[in-house]
Design a protein around this ligand. Structure first.
Ligand code: ZN
Length: 397
């Protein structure tokens, strides 16, 4: 791998991801793959021999953090569970293409919340060693799923013994977190979105086993009583929450549970609609999810729950996730934080990624415009630095 250079990246505006006011005529100084300094060009002295990258009128931001995705899934191909039931070869071929698209869209860190065959362990290593372009990965490996639950592909965990055994196997293989499928989901035929798979005792077993191994628990949950069971059990993140009520979000705020939400897979034409448009039971659930999305997001904002964003396999569309919540009333700066610093915090990477601060990994992107005035400019990514390495110079082939 090329050794990270000493680099100064300049631009008209720097949004550093801490939440403080943007820096005009700013510069980010990078050394040894980490951020050495951030500030106004007039106030930061650039050591002699530093390579200078001038992004002109563009805006610098922290690399985007996708807090919820799957490497091997392409929703537009349909039958997502079927994709997870395949062998590792087709899954890896899709993953290589997907992770490249993610990185090219400015996502430098991603949490993968469920794969079979432990392919995410291999992908994480290949990316970390520079053999494969893609976001730095945190991986859940095989999700904990009931035989009759959403997300049930190849590995089923029924009863406390299987739950413990599978969590221990996942941890032994190198899982960074434990993923639990609690409620039904939109993209599977059989499960109602408010139905839930696991008893309160089983959820407590998941949390106890995961936390004893220092692994956070991320829970797929849309709405209904299953959400509260998970919050009460002390899970770390609720994923989706698309049918949650204000009281559910308020309970999460009280307990300190994160919400990781997403909209593209249900709302974008290339998502579930493209892949499973011909399946009436899926389209009925999609319709309810879409109709409620906006008001559910209002409840998120009003509740004060800590929230972050992911794409749920809509590779390359992190910008769309951020733009969509701005359309629904989020402050643009706050929405950017949901895809950078807060996303990093939600997945336990807050001390390493998500903001441009001295000591953190040098994950820096430039976008063509000012996203606080025009959020859609987040799709026009220029420079991409990941751990101080240029990634925007990858060929498109
Ligand atoms: Zn997912």
């Amino acid at each position: 791998m090329v050794k990270p250079a000493r680099l100064a990246v300049k631009a008209q505006l720097v949004i550093d991801g801490t939440g403080r006011r943007p820096i005009e005529r700013g510069v980010v100084l990078v050394e040894g793959g980490r951020i050495a300094a951030v500030g106004r060009q007039a106030e930061i002295s650039i050591p002699e021999g530093t390579e200078v990258l001038d992004c002109g009128a563009q805006t610098l931001l922290p690399g985007l953090v996708d807090a919820h995705s799957h490497a091997s899934i392409i929703p537009g191909l349909g039958d997502q569970i079927g994709q997870l039931r395949q062998g590792p070869a087709p899954q890896l071929l899709r993953a290589v293409q997907n992770l490249r698209a993610d990185l090219r869209s400015g996502v430098t860190t991603m949490r993968v919340v469920g794969e079979e065959h432990f392919i995410d362990i291999e992908l994480r290593a290949a990316i970390a060693e520079g053999r494969l372009p893609g976001p730095r990965l945190l991986v859940a490996t095989r999700p904990i799923t009931a035989r009759n639950g959403h997300g049930a592909a190849l590995t089923f965990s029924d009863g406390e013994d299987e739950i413990r055994r599978h969590i221990r196997e996942n941890v032994a293989m190198g899982a960074d977190l434990i993923k639990l499928f609690m409620t039904g989901g939109t993209s599977s035929k059989g499960t109602a979105a408010r139905w839930y798979a696991y008893s309160p005792q089983e959820v407590q077993v998941v949390v106890e086993e995961a936390h004893r191994n220092n692994k956070p628990v991320a829970v797929h949950a849309h709405g209904g009583p299953g959400v509260r069971i998970c919050i009460d059990a002390g899970v770390d993140t609720i994923e989706h929450g698309k049918l949650c009520e204000f009281e559910d979000f308020a309970a999460m705020r009280e307990r300190g549970t994160w919400l990781v939400t997403n909209n593209a897979v249900s709302g974008h034409p290339d998502g579930i609609e493209k892949g499973d448009g011909g399946v009436p039971s899926i389209m009925a659930k999609l319709k309810e999810s879409r109709e409620r999305s906006r008001q559910t997001f209002q409840a998120v904002l009003e509740s004060g729950v800590r929230w972050a964003l992911g794409t749920d396999s809509m590779h390359g569309l992190m910008w769309w996730e951020i733009a969509k919540v701005v359309e629904w009333g989020a402050d643009p700066h706050d929405a950017i934080l949901a895809g950078t610093r807060r996303a990093a915090e939600a997945i336990g990477m807050g001390s390493e990624a998500g903001s441009l601060e001295p000591g953190k990994l040098a994950d820096v992107i430039s976008v063509d415009g000012n996203p606080l005035a025009d959020i859609a400019c987040l799709q026009r990514v220029g420079v991409i630095l990941q751990g101080g390495l240029r990634r925007d110079t990858l060929s498109d082939q």
